[in-house]
Design a protein around this ligand. Structure first.
Ligand code: NDP
Length: 490
């Protein structure tokens, strides 16, 4: 996946295990910019032995430190972490843009989201409550929450800081010890966080460990190891399935946030301008379409189809494509050559299945030739059963489907194995409520898209995942419930 050269004078990231910076037993791998293929840094190609050392460190910290019993220290640690991330957010965003190619303002937003999510869960660390009852005379039952134990967190490359935050922050707030396995393409921005954690004395050594290296063996070992109590994974549905299989060995808890093929439904009565901009925003061109919630299936009511398509054909080609560090860039490269090939394959197939409206090709003018840039692409007349309408492309590709009435819109919206999010634009409250209640997705937005708050749960129906992120449910994912019963003497 990641090439190897011997270029000197390049930053080397080490693993962060038991509060120490350690070399791995497997040498290094190299990470290149997807925008110009410049060598950015090297990181540890960890082995099973390294992962086991991190698991042992996490277990030891969980069993011996007061962390699990001391919510005040956890709040203090997470608040300091949040403040430090905020103070360093420009540096983190620069790193993120270099390694992912995404526009700098998007990276900045992501770094700030990490800070915000951490401060939200810092507050909740002191708010982990259970309940009590008297189930029979003289008998008191306490239903209490305890941390799960050692949690492995496996993160993808498309939004590495934001997606790490919503697992790391609640896992720590609930009193767990964690091992983070970043995606190899974006390992650096995550390992940078180890430097922040190292400087905060409230984090006991070994409570947070970061181990880089290939999905298999590093992620796979976390998923199967007997001493890991829970895995929180975000990434592709097929990898999620493999994680579940590996986790079955010791029946560990699993939280999965997987793929999507989300519908955005535009009714004829919608505010046309807002709906157009909303649908384009939902397609997530700003992240080259590499967003799990991306609204890649745009369902448009028949009577406004022609006007909608004409406006999309006018707006999308104006988007500026380039390296994310350039001012005004709205669409960066896709993450890798493999991703470029994968997305191009879908585009070529789409040309046979649907009508290409805009884009549909790689961009190689001037400096763009050095990177993995694709023109933002829109297909019209996309058959709902076509492969490009069913599979997660994870590139800057959106498809338009026409519908005649509400029932057909709901049928098409639900015609997918995924169920992550959905959106509808309409001024009719009845249509809005029918969509909200009948579309099978973990989040439904009406006249807006992508509103994710730290306090509101999100997660997938169907093959989009298991469990919830954010909010109280997102915190409780990282706890076990215990029943304590006390018999009172007469
Ligand atoms: P993966 O789902 O494979 O990667 C996500 C994370 O899982 C990475 O940290 C990866 O490590 C790790 N991983 C990979 N294989 C295993 C394994 N066997 N056991 C444990 N952990 C593992 O995504 P890819 O990066 O391989 O991308 C493949 C496709 O998945 C993309 O083309 C895209 O379409 C889709 N995708 C979807 C995402 C979503 O949020 N819906 C997110 C990312 C990708 P490493 O980086 O070292 O491989």
């Amino acid at each position: 996946m990641i090439e190897t050269t011997t270029a000197p004078h390049v930053m080397v990231y080490r693993n962060f295990i038991a509060g120490e910076w350690r070399d791995s037993h497997g040498g290094l791998f190299e990470v290149y910019s997807p925008a110009n293929r410049e060598l950015l840094y090297r990181a540890q190609r960890s082995t099973v032995e390294d992962v086991r050392a991190a698991i042992a460190a996490a277990r030891d910290a969980f069993e011996t430190a007061e962390w699990r019993d001391d919510p005040n220290t956890r709040t203090a640690a997470l608040l300091k972490f949040s403040e430090a991330v905020r103070a360093r957010h420009e540096d983190l965003a620069t790193q993120l843009t270099r390694e992912s190619g995404k526009p700098f303002p998007i990276s900045r937003g992501e770094a700030l989201r990490l800070a915000e999510t951490t401060s939200y869960f810092a507050g909740l660390a002191r708010w982990i409550f259970g309940r009590s009852q008297v189930p029979q005379p003289g008998s008191l039952s306490i239903i209490m929450r305890e941390p799960v134990g050692v949690v492995g967190i496996i993160v993808p490359w498309n939004a590495p800081l934001a997606l790490l935050a919503r697992a790391l922050a609640p896992a720590l707030a609930a009193g767990n010890a964690v091992i983070v396995k970043p995606a190899s393409y974006t390992a650096g921005s995550t390992v940078e966080l180890g430097k922040i954690i190292e400087g905060i004395p409230e984090f006991p050594k070994g409570i947070v460990n970061i181990v880089t290296g290939p999905g298999d063996p590093v992620g796979a070992e976390l998923a199967k190891h007997e001493d890991v109590d829970m895995i929180a994974f975000t990434g592709d549905t097929s990898t999620g399935r493999e994680i579940m299989r590996l986790a079955a060995g010791n029946l560990k808890k699993v939280s999965l946030e997987l793929g999507g093929k989300s519908p955005t439904i535009v009714f004829a009565d919608a505010n046309f301008d807002r709906a157009i901009r909303g649908a384009i925003n939902a397609a997530s061109f700003y992240n080259a379409g590499q967003i799990c919630i991306a609204g890649t299936r745009v369902l448009v009511e028949e009577s406004i189809h022609d006007a909608f398509v004409a406006r999309v054909a006018e707006l999308v080609p104006k988007m500026k494509v380039g390296p994310g560090w350039e001012k005004g860039v709205e669409v960066g490269p896709v993450i890798s050559e493999a991703q470029l090939r994968k997305v191009t394959g879908y585009i070529e197939e789409g040309k046979k299945e649907a009508r290409l409206l805009v884009g549909g090709h790689r961009l190689t003018d001037g400096e763009l030739a050095k990177g993995f840039f694709l023109a933002p692409t829109v297909f019209d007349e996309m058959p709902p059963d076509a492969r490009i309408a069913q599979e997660e492309i994870f590139g800057p590709v959106m498809g338009i489907i026409t519908f005649r009435d509400l029932d057909e819109a709901i049928r098409i919206a639900n015609n997918t194995r995924y169920g992550l999010v959905a959106a509808a634009w309409t001024r009719d409250i009845n249509k809005a409520m029918r969509i909200a209640t009948r579309v099978r997705a973990g989040s439904v937005w009406i006249n807006t898209f992508g509103k994710m708050f730290q306090s509101t749960e999100m997660g997938g129906f169907k093959q989009s995942g298991l469990g919830r992120q954010y909010g109280l449910e997102g915190l409780f994912e990282y706890t076990e419930l215990k029943h304590v019963n006390i018999q009172m003497e007469k």
